[in-house]
Design a protein around this ligand. Structure first.
Ligand SMILES: *Cc1c(COP(=O)(O)O)cnc(C)c1O
Length: 214
């Protein structure tokens, strides 16, 4: 089977599973990390327009050759923000107000910003704790340059996805009372996106189910 046929089949399967569970609009983001630009090009040819990367260098390289909406979803390093904000228009992983201060200084265009929320007290996979979330959201919401899109989370290893996404859904609903414009919810990866959608995810970030194992 050609790579194109393989990606096309995988993509169709993911799209049909999304359609089956979604009763609201869902943006499918192809997570292309570790895969070559040639794969991104094939996905673009197949109609995908949203791509995500975890590393600045990879996103910079691939976004230079393939148009689309490029999302950054990795751990943020201050010294990379100038570059990240040059190619990404959506950031899923803001969890520190100091990073937003830098974004305000260096970003050359408007960004859609998701705040990454930690669902485990230990913050193993990044994300702001619930205690810090409102302060962070307030800073972003008050900016004239950027848009607070919503919340993002990666469930802690070992936590049942249903449990994780039901927690996240409660957190988001509460959050919306204070930040009603922040309607988006970025949640769900290859192993759990259908569950995430059932709990309200509007953006799913899918790598291996489309591109294969890394
Ligand atoms: C790698 C990654 C994904 C995609 O994971 P898959 O299991 O390959 O779908 C989604 N979100 C984040 C934050 C990631 O690091």
């Amino acid at each position: 089977m050609s790579r194109r046929d393989e990606l096309s089949q995988n993509l169709e399967l993911v799209r049909s599973k999304i359609a089956k569970v979604a009763d609201h609009e869902v943006t499918l983001i192809a997570v292309t990390k570790t895969f070559p630009a040639s794969d991104v090009q094939i996905l673009h040819d197949l109609g995908v327009r949203d791509f995500a990367e975890n590393r600045d260098a990879d996103g910079a390289e691939k976004s230079a050759v393939i148009p689309g909406t490029w999302h950054f979803q990795g751990q943020i390093q201050s010294n990379k923000l100038k570059s990240i904000t040059s190619w990404a228009t959506v950031i899923h992983s803001l969890d520190d107000p100091r990073h937003f201060e830098i974004i305000e200084k260096v970003a050359p265009h408007r960004l859609q910003i998701f705040l990454q929320v930690s669902l485990d007290g230990a913050h193993h996979r990044g994300g702001a704790g619930l205690d810090d979330l409102h302060a962070l959201a307030t800073v972003v919401e008050q900016s004239e340059n950027h848009t607070l899109a919503g919340l993002m989370s990666v469930p802690p290893v070992g936590l049942d996805p249903k449990e994780a996404f039901s927690q996240l859904s409660l957190i988001h609903n509460e959050f919306l009372q204070y930040f009603p414009a922040a309607k988006s919810l970025s949640a769900g990866m290859s192993g759990d996106y259908e569950t995430a959608i059932e709990f309200g995810a509007t953006h799913v970030r899918i790598g291996s189910s489309i591109l294969g194992s890394r």
